[in-house]
Every structure is written in structure tokens, then in C-alpha cells.
Design a protein around this ligand. Structure first.
Ligand code: BMA
Length: 395
């Protein structure tokens, strides 16, 4: 189908649903609302449009896309995804690690410049998501400083005020991200990710599940109710490697703070896409990828929320046809996997600065480029140039 026709059809579908037509799963988008009843109109629209869009395609996203690439650093207009495929990604991931401590984030991105790139991506219609590799508020170490921490920052604990001050800084940043009309830019906020793993200070086995839940709830209530931050959609994102695929729908809920505290049912899955530590037969891995995506979508559907593959990728892209053979075929595998609204691949670390091949999106000239273009040209995958307007309700 030609891209314009495709966009028109999607706009029609979104318009129809927004004006109370039933979608294929019997929902109307009006029925779905973010956990923040005071969310800004654009934030509500993004959430409802993602839900309405679910099943029609998957948006493609990339971490740090506009800030740097495999062989460039901080050059206006550049993007590895654009240069490899012909379009910017539809979703832009940014990380706030070190926002309290420094002018630049943990990977060297200046926060003022990040603000500009966020505005730029949003002004072209892209979706913005934040993770936060937060410094350990108790020890001052990094996110990987895995000593028991959460009990030390909950209300009443010694470092609680410190933690609140950090959230104030976050609120300041989130509240100054505005579009051309002065409206706040909606942000899919994905704090304390991969919490069922034991590699971050907020992880499993290091803290109690109860404390993790308390921290999440406190964070939502403080930012939303006390600080009045109303441009956030909250994404929950356990890691697939620490779930048993046969028990996924139970394992998924480790640390789940409750339906009133989560908007996006996310999954971080590096495990089933060729992780070097996973020696499962590749065919079984592909089946597990499909199963993990389908279960995630089923959970989202049962809770009337939005499903996403919030982080994924294979470092240095050793499989030349990963985009179509692994991702596209999994996303299109069945009616459930098709409900994954977006996928985000991790950053393309700059080779000169980091002296390693730590990249997850194709760049111009890479062996995966041809397949990346095929992936982009698939009717099911949406890059930025193919996006409908996600920020306006059409009714
Ligand atoms: C990790 C790696 C690190 C990076 C961190 C935060 O997965 O990419 O190099 O510092 O994410 O972006």
C-alpha cells in the first residue's frame, strides 16, 4: 500500500475510534485513560491513540538517536536510523542518569541539548520516552551499585529527602519540555526498569518486593499529586531473562505496583533475540520471543492498557537479517503480538569515544542496512515519516 494511503487509513481508524466506533477488541479509545486524571490533553491523546493504533502496526524507536551515532557525535540533523533507512525513528528514548549530579548524562549527553532534541523529535510527531539510570541515593554510587537501597529512601528513611530533591529536579526538567504551542510534551516515563533482575540497586533480591512497590507508588504520587507533573505516562518494564516463559503471566507481576500506577505494560527483551548468554536453540528463542510479546499484549489487554517492547536489541547486530527474520516476523506472528505498539532498540555508542562495538540500530553502510530498509518498508512497521498525528484527538 502506498504510504499516504496507509497513513490516511490509520487516521480514519483512529478518528473512528475516537468518535466512539468500536475497535476490533470491542473497546473505544474513550474508555482508556492514563492513571493521572489531570494528564494534559496531549498526554491523554497519545495514550488513547497508541491504544487505538494497537494491532495496526508497531512504531520503531531508538535510544539517544539524535545525540550521536556509531561514527559521529552531536551533529545537527544527524541520526543513524535516518541515514540507514531514510527516516528518523518514530520513538526517541533518552536517559536521565546523572541529571542531579552533572550537566551531562551518564553517556555524555548534555541535558540542555537533550531538551532541544526532545523538542525536535516531538515537533516532527515522534514519541518520547525516558529511562533513568539513577545514581544510588544512599551510597552515591551508580545504578549498578547493588547494595540494599530502597528501604533507605522511602518516607521516613534517612535519604528520603535526598530522593525527593532528585524528583524535584526531574519534575523541573519534565515541566519545561514544551512544544511550539507551549503545550507540555508527553513523556512515556519508565523508571526503575528491569527490576526483576539483580543488576540495578532497585533490583530483585537486593530489596523486598514490597519496598519496590512502595517506591514506585511514592514516586507516582509525589510527581503527580505534589509536584503537579501531568505529562507522564508510566511504563512498567520487567526483564524477560528473569521470567520463566512457561510461567510468564505470573512472573511478569513481580513488583507490579497496581493498575492505578501503570499505563504501559512494557517488556525489556534482549534475551530471546540472540543474547550471547542464551544458548537456547535459535528456533526456540524465536518462539519464546513470540510468546513473550503475546503474553505482554494479553496482560495489557486484560488490564485495558497499552503494550510495548520497551527495550530490545542485540549488541553489534551480528545477524544480518535480524530486522525482518527476528523482529518483523515476531511482531506479525499473531493477533496478540501485533498489539505491541512500539519497540525501542538501545543506543549506538560512539566508537571513537567508547572504543567498542556497542550499537543496536543499523547505520549507513552496516551489513544489516538492507534488511533494515526492508523492515522500514514493511506496512506493519512505522518510522517517523509514516506517523499519524498521535497528539490530537480527532473527535
Ligand atoms: C547500558 C549500556 C551502558 C550505558 C547504560 C545507560 O545498557 O549502554 O553503556 O551507560 O545502558 O545508557
Amino acid at each position: 500500500m502506498n504510504p499516504m494511503l496507509r497513513v490516511t487509513l490509520i487516521l480514519l481508524i483512529i478518528g473512528c475510534i475516537a468518535s466512539s466506533c468500536e475497535s476490533k477488541n470491542g473497546l473505544v479509545s474513550d474508555e482508556i485513560l492514563p492513571i493521572d486524571s489531570n494528564a494534559t490533553p496531549e498526554t491523554v491523546a497519545l495514550y488513547q491513540n497508541l491504544k487505538a493504533f494497537s494491532g495496526s502496526g508497531t512504531l520503531f524507536g531508538h535510544q539517544d538517536d539524535l545525540a550521536y551515532g556509531y561514527n559521529w557525535w552531536d551533529e545537527a540533523g544527524r541520526s543513524d536510523v535516518l541515514e540507514a533507512s531514510g527516516s528518523y525513528p518514530a520513538v526517541y528514548g533518552w536517559d536521565l542518569g546523572n541529571i542531579v549530579e552533572k550537566q551531562v548524562n551518564l553517556d555524555g549527553i548534555n541535558f540542555e541539548k537533550m531538551r532541544g532534541w526532545i523538542t525536535e523529535g516531538y515537533s516532527r510527531g515522534g514519541v518520547i520516552t525516558f529511562s533513568w539510570h539513577m545514581v544510588n541515593p544512599v551510597t552515591g554510587g551508580d545504578s549498578w551499585d547493588t547494595v540494599p537501597t530502597i528501604s533507605g529512601i522511602l518516607p521516613g528513611a534517612e535519604a528520603h529527602e535526598t530522593y525527593k530533591n532528585w524528583l524535584d529536579i526531574f519534575a523541573g526538567f519534565a515541566s519545561t519540555l514544551t512544544g511550539e504551542g507551549g503545550e507540555l510534551i508527553p513523556i512515556i516515563f519508565r523508571p526503575f526498569h528491569e527490576h526483576n533482575g539483580n543488576w540495578f540497586w532497585w533490583g530483585k533480591g537486593i530489596n523486598s518486593e514490597e519496598d519496590y512497590i512502595a517506591l514506585w507508588r511514592f514516586t507516582v504520587e509525589y510527581l503527580r499529586d505534589e509536584k503537579g507533573v501531568h505529562n507522564l505516562l508510566w511504563a512498567f518494564s520487567p526483564d524477560r531473562s528473569r521470567t520463566n516463559i512457561d510461567n510468564f503471566k505470573e512472573d511478569y507481576f513481580y513488583g507490579y505496583p497496581g493498575d492505578e500506577y501503570v499505563d504501559i505494560i512494557g517488556l525489556d527483551n534482549y534475551w530471546d533475540v540472540g543474547h550471547p548468554a542464551n544458548d537456547t536453540d535459535p528456533e526456540i528463542q524465536q518462539q519464546n520471543l513470540i510468546r513473550s510479546l503475546a503474553y505482554t499484549a494479553q496482560i495489557a489487554d486484560s488490564l485495558n492498557k497499552v503494550a510495548a517492547l520497551t527495550e530490545t536489541g542485540t549488541e553489534a547486530l551480528p545477524n544480518p537479517t535480524i530486522w525482518t527474520d527476528t523482529y518483523l516476523s515476531a511482531l506479525q506472528a499473531n493477533e496478540w503480538t501485533k498489539e505491541i505498539t512500539y519497540m525501542l532498540v538501545w543506543r549506538n555508542a560512539n566508537f571513537e569515544r567508547e572504543n567498542r562495538d556497542h550499537f543496536y540500530a543499523s547505520f549507513d553502510g552496516h551489513a544489516t542496512q538492507e534488511d533494515f530498509i526492508r523492515f522500514k518498508e514493511s506496512e506493519f512497521i512505522f518510522f517517523e515519516s509514516e506517523l499519524p498525528n498521535l497528539y490530537t484527538r480527532t473527535d
